[in-house]
Write a protein of this length. Structure first.
Length: 147
């Protein structure tokens, strides 16, 4: 079952998760190479390369040798610890918004495509499914860190 919403009017795919971790810990999981390398790939494989220049205008690049697709690379637009990341990647704008809800963190991830055609290309490529798996990996990792 999908937790994603596709909005064809705004060319956006949105995902939401609740994590049993602080915003700070979730933000770190999104921004520290040693953390991302453990959960980013939807297959569960560890990334072979994870480079991050965590600043506005800074670049990132995630690779997995022999993986299912090309490297994921982009540039940060907003770095607002611990609440928000915005980045350009694959011709789209990604936003990660983190809000505290008691002892949990609500995470909203949005992928905004440049056009209706771009969104349909993402849908055909399975970006929704891959991102669902990636975010499930993060949720599982954060729960193990709490346990």
């Amino acid at each position: 079952m999908s937790n994603a919403t596709i909005d064809r009017e705004t060319h956006t795919i949105t995902f939401e998760r609740k994590l049993r971790a602080s915003r700070e810990d979730v933000f770190d999981a999104w921004t520290r190479p040693e953390e991302i390398a453990e959960w980013w790939d939807p297959t569960g494989a560890r990334l072979t390369k994870c480079e991050i220049d965590l600043r506005v205008g800074g670049a990132f690049r995630f690779e997995n040798t022999g993986a299912h697709g090309p490297a994921f690379a982009g540039v940060y637009r907003v770095v607002d610890r611990p609440g928000k990341l915005v980045f350009d990647a694959l011709g789209s704008v990604g936003t990660v918004a983190l809000t505290s809800q008691g002892d949990t963190t609500h995470m909203r991830v949005e992928i905004r495509c440049a056009s209706a055609e771009h969104l349909e290309q993402f849908v055909k490529l399975g970006v929704q499914t891959g991102t669902e798996r990636t975010l499930d990996n993060l949720v599982a990792r954060m729960q193990r860190a709490v346990a």
